[in-house]
Design a protein. Structure first.
Length: 255
Protein backbone atom coordinates (compact mmCIF):
# COMPACT_ATOMS: atom_id res chain seq x y z
CA UNK A 1 0.00 0.00 0.00
CA UNK A 2 1.29 3.44 -0.92
CA UNK A 3 1.38 5.63 2.20
CA UNK A 4 0.47 9.26 2.58
CA UNK A 5 3.31 11.49 3.78
CA UNK A 6 1.99 14.04 6.25
CA UNK A 7 4.17 16.99 7.25
CA UNK A 8 3.30 18.86 10.43
CA UNK A 9 5.12 22.12 11.16
CA UNK A 10 8.42 20.73 9.82
CA UNK A 11 11.54 22.77 10.52
CA UNK A 12 14.98 21.75 9.22
CA UNK A 13 17.95 23.90 10.18
CA UNK A 14 21.69 24.02 9.50
CA UNK A 15 23.63 25.52 12.40
CA UNK A 16 20.33 26.89 13.71
CA UNK A 17 19.58 28.62 10.41
CA UNK A 18 16.29 27.36 8.92
CA UNK A 19 16.40 25.70 5.52
CA UNK A 20 12.79 24.55 5.86
CA UNK A 21 10.54 26.68 8.03
CA UNK A 22 7.24 25.42 9.52
CA UNK A 23 5.99 23.45 6.50
CA UNK A 24 2.75 21.49 6.83
CA UNK A 25 0.73 19.50 4.30
CA UNK A 26 0.25 16.02 2.87
CA UNK A 27 1.56 14.15 -0.15
CA UNK A 28 -1.47 11.98 -0.84
CA UNK A 29 -0.98 8.32 -1.86
CA UNK A 30 -0.36 7.73 -5.55
CA UNK A 31 0.18 11.38 -6.46
CA UNK A 32 2.74 12.84 -8.86
CA UNK A 33 4.10 15.97 -7.19
CA UNK A 34 6.81 18.46 -8.08
CA UNK A 35 8.63 20.49 -5.44
CA UNK A 36 9.47 23.86 -6.97
CA UNK A 37 10.92 27.11 -5.75
CA UNK A 38 13.86 29.50 -6.13
CA UNK A 39 17.44 28.45 -5.41
CA UNK A 40 17.88 28.12 -1.68
CA UNK A 41 14.19 27.45 -1.10
CA UNK A 42 14.82 24.29 0.93
CA UNK A 43 13.59 21.80 -1.67
CA UNK A 44 16.40 19.27 -1.30
CA UNK A 45 16.49 19.72 2.46
CA UNK A 46 12.82 18.84 2.73
CA UNK A 47 13.31 15.75 0.61
CA UNK A 48 16.24 14.59 2.74
CA UNK A 49 14.18 15.15 5.87
CA UNK A 50 11.42 12.93 4.48
CA UNK A 51 14.02 10.22 3.88
CA UNK A 52 15.45 10.65 7.37
CA UNK A 53 18.79 11.86 6.03
CA UNK A 54 18.50 15.25 7.74
CA UNK A 55 17.23 15.66 11.29
CA UNK A 56 14.29 17.95 11.94
CA UNK A 57 14.68 20.76 14.43
CA UNK A 58 10.97 20.45 15.17
CA UNK A 59 7.78 19.13 13.65
CA UNK A 60 6.73 15.70 12.47
CA UNK A 61 6.73 13.61 9.29
CA UNK A 62 4.20 10.77 9.39
CA UNK A 63 4.39 7.91 6.88
CA UNK A 64 1.81 5.70 8.60
CA UNK A 65 4.56 3.43 9.98
CA UNK A 66 5.39 2.15 6.49
CA UNK A 67 8.80 0.47 6.35
CA UNK A 68 11.68 2.53 4.93
CA UNK A 69 12.21 -0.21 2.33
CA UNK A 70 9.09 1.07 0.56
CA UNK A 71 10.84 4.41 -0.06
CA UNK A 72 13.39 5.02 -2.81
CA UNK A 73 15.53 8.15 -3.10
CA UNK A 74 17.60 9.48 -5.96
CA UNK A 75 19.84 12.36 -4.85
CA UNK A 76 21.27 14.93 -7.20
CA UNK A 77 23.82 13.31 -9.48
CA UNK A 78 26.80 15.38 -8.20
CA UNK A 79 26.26 13.89 -4.72
CA UNK A 80 27.08 10.37 -5.96
CA UNK A 81 30.74 9.34 -6.24
CA UNK A 82 31.31 7.73 -9.63
CA UNK A 83 34.99 7.02 -9.00
CA UNK A 84 34.17 3.86 -7.04
CA UNK A 85 35.22 0.88 -9.19
CA UNK A 86 31.87 -0.84 -9.74
CA UNK A 87 30.00 -1.91 -12.84
CA UNK A 88 26.56 -0.90 -14.04
CA UNK A 89 25.19 -4.28 -12.95
CA UNK A 90 26.66 -3.94 -9.48
CA UNK A 91 25.25 -0.41 -9.16
CA UNK A 92 21.78 -1.55 -10.15
CA UNK A 93 22.00 -4.51 -7.76
CA UNK A 94 22.27 -2.06 -4.86
CA UNK A 95 18.55 -1.49 -5.43
CA UNK A 96 17.80 -4.94 -4.02
CA UNK A 97 19.59 -4.39 -0.72
CA UNK A 98 16.70 -2.76 1.13
CA UNK A 99 14.53 -5.79 0.39
CA UNK A 100 17.10 -8.53 0.88
CA UNK A 101 19.71 -7.09 3.25
CA UNK A 102 23.23 -6.06 2.37
CA UNK A 103 24.79 -9.31 3.52
CA UNK A 104 22.55 -11.78 1.73
CA UNK A 105 24.09 -13.58 -1.21
CA UNK A 106 22.93 -12.30 -4.58
CA UNK A 107 20.54 -14.81 -6.12
CA UNK A 108 20.23 -15.72 -9.76
CA UNK A 109 16.74 -14.23 -9.73
CA UNK A 110 18.05 -10.92 -8.36
CA UNK A 111 20.74 -10.80 -11.01
CA UNK A 112 18.30 -11.54 -13.84
CA UNK A 113 15.90 -8.90 -12.53
CA UNK A 114 18.75 -6.38 -12.50
CA UNK A 115 19.63 -7.25 -16.09
CA UNK A 116 16.01 -6.75 -17.12
CA UNK A 117 15.97 -3.33 -15.42
CA UNK A 118 19.14 -2.35 -17.28
CA UNK A 119 17.59 -3.35 -20.57
CA UNK A 120 14.42 -1.45 -19.67
CA UNK A 121 16.34 1.85 -19.51
CA UNK A 122 18.17 1.27 -22.79
CA UNK A 123 21.52 0.09 -21.41
CA UNK A 124 21.43 -3.50 -22.65
CA UNK A 125 25.04 -4.58 -23.19
CA UNK A 126 26.44 -2.17 -20.58
CA UNK A 127 26.08 -4.54 -17.61
CA UNK A 128 29.84 -4.87 -17.05
CA UNK A 129 30.85 -1.34 -18.05
CA UNK A 130 32.42 0.68 -15.19
CA UNK A 131 30.17 3.51 -14.08
CA UNK A 132 33.07 5.95 -14.45
CA UNK A 133 32.96 5.36 -18.22
CA UNK A 134 29.30 6.26 -18.64
CA UNK A 135 28.05 9.47 -20.17
CA UNK A 136 25.77 11.70 -18.11
CA UNK A 137 22.69 10.30 -19.81
CA UNK A 138 23.83 6.69 -19.40
CA UNK A 139 24.58 7.29 -15.72
CA UNK A 140 21.08 8.65 -15.11
CA UNK A 141 19.63 5.64 -16.93
CA UNK A 142 21.61 3.32 -14.64
CA UNK A 143 20.27 5.14 -11.59
CA UNK A 144 16.71 4.77 -12.86
CA UNK A 145 17.34 1.05 -13.43
CA UNK A 146 18.32 0.81 -9.77
CA UNK A 147 15.04 2.51 -8.82
CA UNK A 148 13.08 0.03 -10.92
CA UNK A 149 14.75 -2.89 -9.14
CA UNK A 150 14.08 -1.31 -5.76
CA UNK A 151 10.34 -1.53 -6.51
CA UNK A 152 9.37 1.10 -3.90
CA UNK A 153 5.92 2.54 -3.32
CA UNK A 154 7.24 6.08 -2.79
CA UNK A 155 9.96 7.46 -5.07
CA UNK A 156 11.75 10.74 -4.34
CA UNK A 157 13.83 12.31 -7.11
CA UNK A 158 16.10 15.32 -6.64
CA UNK A 159 16.71 17.12 -9.96
CA UNK A 160 16.59 13.80 -11.86
CA UNK A 161 16.79 15.32 -15.34
CA UNK A 162 19.53 17.90 -14.84
CA UNK A 163 21.93 18.16 -17.80
CA UNK A 164 20.08 15.49 -19.80
CA UNK A 165 19.19 15.69 -23.49
CA UNK A 166 15.55 15.78 -24.54
CA UNK A 167 15.39 12.14 -25.66
CA UNK A 168 16.80 10.78 -22.39
CA UNK A 169 14.54 13.06 -20.36
CA UNK A 170 11.45 11.93 -22.29
CA UNK A 171 12.32 8.25 -21.89
CA UNK A 172 12.99 8.53 -18.17
CA UNK A 173 9.88 10.64 -17.66
CA UNK A 174 7.90 7.85 -19.32
CA UNK A 175 9.11 5.57 -16.51
CA UNK A 176 7.92 8.13 -13.96
CA UNK A 177 4.48 8.22 -15.56
CA UNK A 178 4.43 4.42 -15.46
CA UNK A 179 5.14 4.46 -11.72
CA UNK A 180 2.31 6.94 -11.28
CA UNK A 181 -0.11 4.73 -13.23
CA UNK A 182 0.89 1.85 -10.95
CA UNK A 183 -0.36 3.85 -7.96
CA UNK A 184 3.05 4.78 -6.61
CA UNK A 185 3.78 8.24 -5.21
CA UNK A 186 6.48 10.19 -7.03
CA UNK A 187 7.89 13.41 -5.59
CA UNK A 188 10.47 15.30 -7.66
CA UNK A 189 12.50 18.43 -7.03
CA UNK A 190 12.52 20.33 -10.32
CA UNK A 191 13.44 23.82 -11.53
CA UNK A 192 11.90 23.87 -15.03
CA UNK A 193 8.42 25.33 -14.56
CA UNK A 194 7.28 24.51 -18.09
CA UNK A 195 8.32 20.90 -17.57
CA UNK A 196 6.43 20.78 -14.27
CA UNK A 197 3.29 22.19 -15.86
CA UNK A 198 3.48 19.58 -18.62
CA UNK A 199 4.10 16.49 -16.50
CA UNK A 200 3.20 17.03 -12.84
CA UNK A 201 -0.45 17.45 -11.75
CA UNK A 202 0.49 18.56 -8.21
CA UNK A 203 3.11 21.05 -7.02
CA UNK A 204 4.48 22.18 -3.68
CA UNK A 205 5.94 25.67 -4.13
CA UNK A 206 8.54 26.40 -1.46
CA UNK A 207 10.46 29.46 -0.37
CA UNK A 208 11.74 27.76 2.79
CA UNK A 209 8.13 28.18 3.84
CA UNK A 210 5.11 26.75 2.10
CA UNK A 211 3.86 29.21 -0.51
CA UNK A 212 1.32 26.98 -2.26
CA UNK A 213 0.48 23.28 -2.48
CA UNK A 214 -2.08 21.78 -4.80
CA UNK A 215 -3.00 21.67 -8.46
CA UNK A 216 0.02 22.80 -10.48
CA UNK A 217 -1.77 25.49 -12.49
CA UNK A 218 -2.86 27.19 -9.28
CA UNK A 219 0.32 26.59 -7.27
CA UNK A 220 2.50 28.05 -10.03
CA UNK A 221 0.37 31.12 -10.62
CA UNK A 222 2.18 34.38 -11.33
CA UNK A 223 1.13 35.70 -7.94
CA UNK A 224 2.49 32.69 -6.07
CA UNK A 225 5.77 32.74 -8.00
CA UNK A 226 6.19 36.44 -7.18
CA UNK A 227 5.50 35.68 -3.52
CA UNK A 228 8.08 32.88 -3.53
CA UNK A 229 10.71 35.17 -5.02
CA UNK A 230 9.96 37.95 -2.54
CA UNK A 231 10.13 35.55 0.41
CA UNK A 232 13.43 34.09 -0.79
CA UNK A 233 14.86 37.58 -1.29
CA UNK A 234 13.76 38.51 2.21
CA UNK A 235 15.54 35.52 3.71
CA UNK A 236 18.70 36.57 1.84
CA UNK A 237 18.43 40.21 2.94
CA UNK A 238 17.99 39.19 6.55
CA UNK A 239 21.27 37.36 6.31
CA UNK A 240 19.45 34.32 7.66
CA UNK A 241 19.73 35.75 11.14
CA UNK A 242 16.03 35.79 11.92
CA UNK A 243 13.08 34.05 10.25
CA UNK A 244 10.56 36.22 8.43
CA UNK A 245 6.87 35.96 9.11
CA UNK A 246 5.39 32.77 7.73
CA UNK A 247 1.95 31.73 6.59
CA UNK A 248 0.22 28.50 7.51
CA UNK A 249 -2.08 26.56 5.19
CA UNK A 250 -4.99 28.84 6.15
CA UNK A 251 -3.12 31.90 4.91
CA UNK A 252 -2.75 33.41 8.38
CA UNK A 253 0.53 35.11 9.15
CA UNK A 254 2.61 34.20 12.19
CA UNK A 255 5.71 35.69 13.71
Amino acid sequence: MTPAIALTDVVVAYRRLPAVHHVSGTFEPGTLTAIAGPNGAGKSSLMKAIMGLLPMSSGRIDTAHVSPRHFAYLPQAPEIDRSFPVSVLQTVMFGAWQRTGAFRAVSKVDRECARACIANVGLDGYEHAPISALSTGQWHRALFARLILQDARVILLDEPFASLDERTTDELMALVHGWHRDGRSVIAVLHDLAFIRKHFPQTLLLARERVAWGATAEALSDANLATAKAMTDRWARDGERAPPRHHDHTGHAHA
